[in-house]
Design a binder for this molecule. Structure first.
Ligand SMILES: [Zn+2]
Ligand SMILES: [Zn+2]
Ligand SMILES: [Zn+2]
Length: 335
């Protein structure tokens, strides 16, 4: 049997490619802002959105987009108010999302089993409309995520500096939250709402093992995302053809992404050691603070950049909003 000739399999393949493209783009900003679990939270809230669609007979993908977006904005607004209390508020939102979804689908016996395909992913049940929906939203996410990369990067890297530089930090944070919600909805048919965060985060974590700059991390993460989602689909299909096993694509996709992370870890370790050995004058960093690379920086520090310059041992640090950066070869070190 030639799977690739089957229409449902072609649809699944296209959806997997676009999901794999979009998820790591948003994931990169979430990881950079240390919000790796944001996608997971939005996924929980989206369960209620799907259930709403199933019970009311509206398209679950659209009701999920609306509810997930409202949830993501709520999460961002709670998060903005700081750590204390925010944690509990977020937890309540997540539990409410799951419980609301289960309650709603319980009202209608049929939808309870359909909900499963959204929780764990089920690429083989995609209709043509679902595929177009996935493509359109994925293109939107990738276009905004890459088109606005300089602003989004600056805001995620150093919000205080971005604010001083005149960027509307709040608006960009909300944009990332909305993009996360849209991505979760795109990925829910592929990986499922319960595992969706893994496809946002794991390819980025893997890429970070071997890439040092923001742009390269983003580029490799997208490649890994596509490999994981397409590869996971193929593994699930192979299990089903060979062993007649009904494995959810979410499980195979996430396990494949995790396997790549495990492989990247030793590679990254060796690369970091080599990079250290190549650094010509390690003694130049003889001041006793840690040497942390900041990757790309919102602007080029220099004598006229407007930030106070402070002599620090053998080099000059530039100060802004409590951070101190030292130009060092191609990159900045942060103390
Ligand atoms: Zn220094
Ligand atoms: Zn700076
Ligand atoms: Zn350095």
């Amino acid at each position: 049997m030639d799977l690739f000739a089957l229409e449902f399999f072609q649809r699944a393949l296209i959806a997997a490619v676009f999901t794999g493209l979009a998820a790591p783009v948003v994931g990169t900003y979430l990881v950079q802002r240390r919000l790796a679990l944001m996608g997971d939270g939005v996924g929980h809230v989206a369960v209620t959105g799907v259930a709403l669609g199933l019970v009311t007979g509206l398209a679950p993908t659209w009701t999920a987009v609306v509810v997930a977006t409202l949830g993501a904005i709520t999460i961002e607004l709670i998060r903005e108010r700081g750590r204390t209390g925010g944690d509990v508020a977020l937890a309540l939102l997540f539990y409410g999302g799951i419980a609301g979804g289960i309650l709603l689908t319980g009202l209608d016996g049929q939808s309870a089993s359909t909900l499963n395909s959204y929780l764990f992913g089920s690429l083989t049940t995609l209709a043509a409309a679902d595929v177009w929906f996935t493509i359109a939203l994925a293109v939107l996410v990738v276009a905004l995520g890459i088109g606005l990369a300089p602003q989004l990067f600056a805001v995620a890297q150093d919000p205080d500096f971005a604010r001083v530089a005149g960027l509307d930090v709040r608006r960009y944070n909300l944009l990332v939250a909305v993009l996360a919600a849209v991505t979760v909805t795109v990925a829910m048919r592929t990986v499922g709402l319960l595992l969706v965060s893994a496809l946002l985060v794991v390819p980025v974590a893997t890429s970070q093992q071997v890439m040092r700059t923001f742009r390269r991390t983003l580029a490799l993460a997208v490649v890994l995302g596509v490999i994981a989602s397409v590869g996971g689909l193929l593994v699930a299909a192979w299990l089903s053809v060979t062993y007649d096993a009904q494995v959810a694509t979410g499980a195979t996709i996430v396990l494949l992404a995790l396997a790549m992370f495990m492989l990247s870890w030793p590679v990254g370790y060796v690369m970091r050691r080599r990079a250290r050995a190549r650094t010509p004058f390690p003694a130049a960093h003889a001041h006793d603070e840690e040497h942390v690379e900041t990757g790309e920086h919102p602007h080029r520090h220099g004598p006229d950049c407007g930030h106070p310059a402070v002599v620090h041992g053998d080099h000059v640090d530039y100060v802004h909003d409590g951070h101190r950066h030292a130009p060092h070869g191609e990159h900045y070190d942060e103390h």
